[in-house]
Design a protein around this ligand. Structure first.
Ligand code: PLP
Length: 403
């Protein structure tokens, strides 16, 4: 029987969302959830998505048949061009296997399942994750029986990158280890390596024969520029690495609940690519049979219709621009109040989140006394700020920091 099943803890982020929902205070602020909000704290259906949806519904040939096992090919191919670049040598050489997945989470999972099944590793050789990382990474890998360990990443004194610790860990990792890297807009810290640092990281990883596994959940959302945010991945491909990429369209197209994502495996030859694709198809078939169609159809139109692609870029700049403005304003408002501490890291960090440096105690006070919700580690979702609540949030932070 199942008598021995222990009670699992609730997911901390989803627990936070429930607590926010249950709070009846008029001024409550949600800085927890990693989803874009407009200036009225409302979800934003991207105009490009509305147009794509209308085009899709007008199509008389639209039906509800199954997609192929690897998903909608025009979508996965456009997705490969989006992350690897239109003139990627890997695409031209047909070295890329692309499989549509249940969004970014499903893509990380498919990659993890493939690695677990096929990557020759010594017993218990761990997958390297950044410290800290997206809360789900560790359990996605452990669910497919891959142990994990961490490499130094965030450096609290500067609220920036621990580049020395990071590179030292890469130098000393067992040869051939898998290293999970955030392609851009690191979650939860908002701290990314510079281009020069990425070049160095790639050199060390090459010398130690490490395998890069990129998680790309924020392309275009981070800087507002799709190519800029793909730079690290493209650099590694140019350096001749075999690698994989888990790609999500949740944030950059606002398709959170539609679960549109792709897993790409860039391999060394076309022949190897074909073998890898055949095995990915076996795993996919046993797990989900074939992926959901709606989000993929929307993303397909957004990428393949030139006029929609242009509109998407404008929408991306709107989202990234609003977040960057919120960063600047929050820092300005803390400076206006003379809040103790140097808050410039909020401006330097990028993407959905900022690691504020607020302590667990301060986070608790913000929640209990000010009804402002954020994760215990002091991470705030920048999109939760807007012109109506930013003064209130700055005042609250100022007060709890001084206490
Ligand atoms: N990877 C990272 C780093 C993320 O931050 C997220 C979402 O928060 C994901 C992957 C996966 O998101 P989704 O499964 O919605 O695409």
């Amino acid at each position: 029987s199942f008598d021995a099943v222990p009670m699992a803890p609730t997911d901390p982020l989803f627990g936070l969302m429930a607590a926010y929902k249950a709070d009846t205070h008029a001024k409550k602020v949600d800085l927890g959830v990693g989803a874009y909000r407009d200036d009225n704290a409302k979800p934003w259906v991207l105009p490009v998505v509305k147009k794509a949806d209308a085009i899709m519904r007008d199509d008389p040939s639209l039906d509800h048949e199954y997609l192929p096992i690897a998903g909608l090919q025009s979508f996965t191919q456009a997705a490969a061009r989006l992350i690897l670049g239109r003139d990627s040598p890997a695409i031209a050489d047909q070295r890329v296997s692309s499989v549509q997945t249940i969004s970014g989470t499903g893509a990380v999972h498919l990659g993890a399942a493939f690695i677990s099944k096929f990557y020759p590793r010594q017993q218990n050789q761990p997958v390297f994750l950044s410290n800290p990382t997206w809360a789900n990474h560790q359990q996605i890998f452990s669910n497919v029986h891959l142990p994990t360990t961490t490499y130094p990443y965030y450096y609290p004194p500067t609220r920036g990158l621990d580049f020395d610790g990071f590179t030292e860990a890469l130098r000393t990792a067992p040869e051939g280890s898998i290293v999970l890297l955030h392609a851009c807009a690191h979650n939860p810290t908002g701290v990314d390596p510079t281009r020069e640092q990425w070049v160095e990281i790639a050199k060390i990883m090459k010398a130690n024969n490490l395998f890069p596994f990129f998680d790309c959940a924020y392309q275009g959302f981070a800087s507002g520029d799709l190519d800029n945010d793909a730079w690290a991945v493209r650099h590694f491909v140019e350096q001749g690495f075999e690698l994989c990429v888990a790609q999500s369209f949740s944030k950059n197209l606002g398709l959170y609940g539609e679960r549109a994502g792709v897993f790409h495996f860039v391999s060394g030859s076309m022949e190897r690519q074909k073998r890898i694709a055949s095995q990915l198809a076996i795993i996919q078939r046993s797990e989900i049979s074939n992926p959901p169609a709606y989000g993929a159809r929307i993303a397909d139109l957004a990428m393949n219709r030139p006029e929609l692609f242009e509109e998407w870029k404008v929408n991306l700049r709107t989202m990234a621009g609003r977040i960057i403005t919120c960063r600047e304003q929050l820092v300005a408002k803390l400076r206006e109040r003379g809040t103790p501490g140097d808050w410039s890291h909020i401006m330097k960090q990028i993407g959905m989140f900022s690691f504020t440096g607020l302590t667990e105690e301060q986070v608790k006070k913000l929640r209990e006394e000010w009804h402002i919700y954020m994760t215990k580690n002091g991470r705030i979702s920048m999109a939760g700020l807007n012109s109506h609540n930013i003064d209130y949030v700055a005042t609250a932070i100022d007060k709890v920091v001084r206490e």
